[in-house]
Design a protein around this ligand. Structure first.
Ligand code: NAP
Length: 494
């Protein structure tokens, strides 16, 4: 069944060569250039993707722009039904998509499976919520100097062609969290999956196509971000950009795109703050899961821990003990592996190693780990770190967490607010009042009290400040972000 369902997307050779989707057909690129996707698990080739040309992007943008009006004119109830069908197909292919995710991005079976299940649930929730997104009317006489001579009918309309760019770490979930709200609000979507994660992306696109999204309303172009990204985001037919990825790429896109609306989710680098009264077992468990799940390759991963020296001395042995139980680095397909598989590439591991070594050179101490072999990094805890060291000033997108001793909470707040990142932070204390007071003083998107940073539940608002993002996501917020207000004012001259 999967072979038949997914047949047109690849040439069925081993390893398969995947086509791109121009909105009407699955095609090979005239570039005749392929991008090889290697498994982070063992370097074996999972498949090859087309590297599309600028001319092919132009053609896709034309098709997407032409299809958008009809798609927006399609009754909402029909768009909603199609999205529910997308959710059903995602569930139907749970095993198949899980297998691809494990191979392509090195998640464990349970991490991959939970991404697929969550994505199906998210799609259904989006579709249900879209039913209650509506416009409003406003009378003119509320404002001083106006009588009842006008009424504004304020509709919510699509932007037009939405370019959706997703990252490698959740290539199914973070693609759907863009494509589905954009489509529900009447946009057409030009989907650019990550290259590592692109095989999941083309399968996902096929599901949208099969579920009944009409020709041109969904397209999928593959190619390296650094070759086609600038062209795509600055394209005159691009009306909205929704992007998740690193802060460096986000800044580069914003500079190239000019005056286009953007919804960005960028780098995390999230702190955990431990108050003296914190429950040490709970805190250690949340830090271990928060720092090491999916080898630390989550935007909401905990990257550094702030606390008074005595508090950190108490916490460290509890963290190390819990790591023995909760963390086991290895091949993500092995049942013995817990939380830490490979990082995405050898290049990434080497970069993180360099930042660890530089930090150790400046006085950081390795409590555990600190080395790598290929792209398998030992789960690492560093102590005696300060915020200027690269393991904190940069986003180490791997299984590394740094302990920073601070004399008091004002210094902790200073470090967090000085950081160029601002996605989430968490604070551990038995006194929620202390947690609330702390939360009010730090400039991040979301503060978690007594829990590690996380995106879910997916209907909560999710946002980053500073270099961590632009705009707000989360089911209702994403539907609003991917549509705009259009007031039509009826004047009633007396
Ligand atoms: P990335 O290297 O920035 O890539 C993200 C996407 O952007 C990929 O599809 C990439 O394509 C594309 N891209 C690269 N250069 C581009 C350009 N010049 N113009 C347009 N697109 C371009 O990020 P990643 O390594 O995939 O993902 C990890 C990062 O994402 C981390 O920083 C993490 O914190 C962040 N993230 C944030 C959130 C959040 O919600 N805040 C969630 C998940 C991940 P190629 O793959 O072809 O290069």
């Amino acid at each position: 069944m999967p072979a038949e369902f997914f047949e047109p997307i690849s040439n069925q050779k081993t390893p398969p060569v995947y086509n791109f989707f121009d909105g009407t057909a699955w095609k090979t690129s005239s570039s005749e250039k392929m991008l090889s996707v290697l498994s982070p698990i063992d370097g074996s080739e999972v498949g090859e993707l087309q590297a599309v040309t600028h001319q092919e992007i132009d053609a896709v943008m034309e098709v997407a722009a032409a299809a958008q009006r009809n798609w927006e004119a399609t009754p909402l109830n029909k768009r909603v039904s199609i999205m529910h069908l997308v959710a059903d197909w995602i569930r139907h292919f749970e095993d198949y998509l899980t297998t691809i995710l494990v191979k392509e991005i090195g998640k464990t079976d349970s991490e991959a499976r939970s991404e697929i299940k969550r994505t199906a649930d998210l799609t259904d929730y989006f579709a249900d919520e879209a039913q209650s997104i509506r416009g409003e009317t406003l009378d003119s006489d509320n404002f001083p100097g106006y009588d009842k001579g006008r009424i504004a009918v304020i509709e919510r309309v699509a932007y037009g062609v939405t370019v959706a760019i997703a990252p490698f770490n959740y290539p199914v979930n973070l693609s759907v969290s863009k494509i589905v709200p954009a489509l529900l609000m009447g946009n057409s979507v030009v989907f650019k999956p990550p290259t590592q994660g692109g095989i999941s992306g083309v399968h996902l696109t096929r599901i949208f196509e099969k579920a009944g999204v009409p020709a041109g309303a969904i397209t999928c172009i593959t190619g390296e971000g650094n070759s086609i990204g600038d062209y795509l985001v600055s394209h005159p037919k691009t009306d909205l950009i929704t992007f998740t990825g690193s802060s460096d790429t986000g800044v580069a896109i914003a500079q190239k795109a000019g005056m286009k609306p953007m919804v960005f989710e960028c780098g995390g680098n999230n702190p955990a703050v431990v108050m003296p009264d914190a429950d040490m077992n709970l805190t250690a468990r949340e830090i271990v899961k928060g720092a090491f799940s999916y080898a630390g390759q989550r935007c909401t991963a905990i990257k550094y821990v702030l606390g008074a020296p005595g508090v950190l001395d108490q916490l460290l042995p509890v963290v190390l003990t819990q790591m023995k139980e909760l963390v086991h680095m290895g091949d993500p397909r092995s049942p013995e592996t817990k939380l830490v598989g490979p990082v995405v590439s050898v290049r990434a591991a080497e970069q993180f190693q360099q930042w660890i070594d530089e930090s150790v050179g400046k006085g950081a101490k390795v409590a555990i780990g600190g080395t790598h072999k290929g792209n398998y990094m030992d789960p690492t805890v560093l102590t005696s770190v300060n915020s200027d060291m690269p393991v904190v000033s940069r986003e180490v997108f791997g299984p590394v967490v740094s302990f920073i001793a601070v004399p008091g909470m004002d210094e902790a707040i200073g470090i967090i607010n000085k950081s160029s990142f601002g996605l989430q932070a968490c604070v551990f204390t038995k006194d929620e009042g202390t947690g609330l007071a702390f939360a009010k003083n730090i400039n991040v998107g979301t503060v978690q009290i007594n829990g590690s940073p996380q995106r879910g539940p997916d209907h909560f608002p999710f946002l980053g400040v500073k270099k961590s993002g632009l705009g707000v996501q989360g089911v209702r917020y994403s539907l609003e972000a991917m549509s705009r207000l259009k007031p039509i004012v009826i004047n009633k001259p007396s």
